[in-house]
Write a protein that binds this ligand. Structure first.
Ligand SMILES: Nc1ncnc2c1ncn2[C@@H]1O[C@H](COP(=O)(O)OP(=O)(O)O)[C@@H](O)[C@H]1O
Ligand SMILES: [Mg+2]
Length: 243
């Protein structure tokens, strides 16, 4: 049985795609079979961040052309798998969530975790992605706008009866201009599962089209991604095969 975990945020640009890639790789390094799927169908950028934009079959073909979802699963050289989306503008016409949801059941056979890179906000995509996942992972930054938006997202998830597997504060900084963890937990009424520090090397990793934790395994942010992966394994009760 695969666990479907969608990474969501209220605000854009907080680190969903970055977290999908690095959490996916960390889970796979801990022994899980992982698929990272692009669920941000209106602005797909998972494949761009991983250095390759052409795939013969994408998630859009699964929704539009009756391609089995297994045909849209590709091996990444670092050991996890990805399901890319079509980055062409026209691909937006090809979204059919009902079909996708049915197809995704086939992923139970090939993965322990399907980590879905979600879209920001509370629109249709978010509702549909929530519907097809077991739990959501909420990402925020330590600034007022993203925290207020995270609050709305958490409320929304509650109303949809969708469990939040964790709250991640990304780009965390200890300074006078950032909101500290106690304030964030108090406002969001939820403990923080992981704090990923702000690190300028994320920009280099993005430029190199490589996961940060692969390029910089000794940075604090990499250790945090591994801790997050362990906590998610514990929270979702999938036994680690290698630890
Ligand atoms: N912990 C971090 N420290 C510094 N920059 C980061 C961090 N996490 C992500 N970024 C950068 O922030 C930008 C937005 O990240 P991205 O993952 O694309 O956000 P989203 O998918 O939520 O829109 C990217 O340029 C990325 O490299
Ligand atoms: Mg993104």
């Amino acid at each position: 049985m695969a666990r479907f975990i969608t990474i969501l945020s209220g605000k854009g640009g907080v680190g969903k795609t970055t977290s999908a890639i690095n959490l996916g790789l960390a889970l796979s390094k801990l022994g899980a079979d992982v698929i990272v799927m692009d669920g941000n169908l209106s602005s797909p950028n998972l494949s761009i961040n991983l250095g390759s934009t052409y795939f013969p079959t994408t998630i859009h073909d699964v929704m539009h052309k009756d391609e089995p979802i297994q045909n849209a699963v590709y091996n990444h050289q670092l050991g996890f798998k990805i399901i890319p989306a079509d980055i062409a503008v026209d691909s937006m016409k090809m979204v059919n969530f009902d079909k996708l949801k049915k197809n995704m059941l086939d992923l139970h056979l090939v993965a322990d975790y399907v980590i879905i890179d979600g879209s920001p906000g509370l629109g249709r995509e978010t509702t549909q992605l929530m519907d097809m996942s077991d739990a959501i992972l909420v990402i925020t930054n330590p600034d007022k706008a993203s925290i207020v938006d995270a609050k709305r997202l958490i409320e929304f998830a509650k109303r949809q009866n969708k469990p939040v597997v964790g709250l991640v504060v990304n780009k965390y900084r200890e300074n006078n201009h950032s909101i500290n963890s106690e304030q964030i937990e108090k406002y969001l009424e939820m403990p923080i599962l992981s704090k990923i520090p702000h690190d300028e090397r994320f920009e280099i990793a993005q430029y190199e089209k490589q996961p940060f934790i692969h390029l910089y395994p000794n940075r604090k942010a990499s250790k945090e991604y591994f801790d997050l992966a362990r906590r998610i394994i514990d929270a979702t009760l999938i036994k680690r095969k290698m630890l």
